[in-house]
Design a protein around this ligand. Structure first.
Ligand SMILES: Nc1ncnc2c1ncn2[C@@H]1O[C@H](COP(=O)(O)OP(=O)(O)OP(=O)(O)O)[C@@H](O)[C@H]1O
Length: 244
């Protein structure tokens, strides 16, 4: 089986700052994987390297066996970022935002086909935003807006979906809707990688977890990965353990 994601010894430097340090991780299709680590541990850098938005100084990244750049161009990988302040200011409707997920499939003129419209309607339905389809994106709550961006990823039909903190600052309904959706997507054979600070929710949400501190400290069953001694290493509470 071709892995959905395969990072081998990925190191990313921003000048003198290390974003990722020989990070290696393989994730198979149909899994929900939680990405856990303190601020600055490299979660966003890992996502950006999978999207081809940063180029590793060394190591390799493959997305369903493709290079990140090709995977992104083909719409194989989708990214739901932490926040999209700019989009929130744009005078675009919720349906327009979700339609952006279809742009990669459209011709130069970006004229939506019946199939594009159907995909948008289905994605809106799945995130329970059908009634808000024509509302301006800036007039949604934070949780609803997040669901709109998740819908854009669904409409895109990406095999690998990366979600950066989808639960940060969202209401209970959005949290429940997004959690249910991630499971449905994995059941459809897609792969979901989700960064989150909500450690309590991880075992119910994820099939596996990756604990990151610029390198991969642990990867496996969420209950094993989130053992107190592992968390102490990842969150810098035990300096000695980090130096091994
Ligand atoms: N564009 C950049 N220029 C310089 N340093 C950067 C840049 N982006 C990230 N870094 C640094 O790389 C390291 C990893 O950052 P990254 O944003 O990947 O962490 P993160 O785990 O996503 O953090 P958070 O939980 O706060 O979002 C940090 O030390 C950060 O300061």
């Amino acid at each position: 089986m071709v892995p959905a994601l395969e990072l081998r010894g990925v190191t990313v430097r921003y000048g003198d700052v290390l974003g990722l340090d020989e990070a290696s991780v393989t994730i198979l299709p149909g899994r929900v994987c939680g990405l856990v680590g303190m601020n600055g541990s490299g979660k966003s850098t890992l996502f950006k390297s999978v999207m081809g938005l940063v180029t590793p100084d060394s190591g390799s990244v493959a997305v369903t066996g493709l290079t990140p750049g090709i995977a992104r161009k083909r719409g194989v990988v989708g990214y739901v970022p932490q926040s999209e302040e700019i989009d929130a200011q744009f005078p675009v409707s919720v349906a327009d935002v979700v339609m952006m997920g279809r742009y990669g499939r459209m011709g130069f003129l970006r004229r939506p086909s019946a199939a594009d419209r159907a995909a948008v309607a289905e994605a809106l339905d799945r995130v329970e935003l059908t009634e808000f389809a024509q509302r301006q994106i800036g007039q949604l709550s934070g949780g609803q807006r997040k669901r709109a961006f998740v819908a854009r990823g669904i409409a895109q039909g990406a095999d690998v979906l990366l979600l950066d903190e989808p639960f940060a600052g969202v209401d209970k309904r959005s949290e429940a809707t997004i959690s249910r959706l991630l499971r449905e997507l994995a059941d459809d054979g897609r792969t979901v990688v989700v960064s989150t600070h909500d450690l309590r929710a991880l075992p119910a949400l994820c099939d596996e977890a990756v604990l990151l501190l610029r390198r991969v400290l642990a990867h496996g069953d969420p209950r094993d990965v989130l053992r107190p001694e592992q968390l102490a290493r990842a969150f810098g509470l035990d300096v000695l353990a980090e130096e091994d």
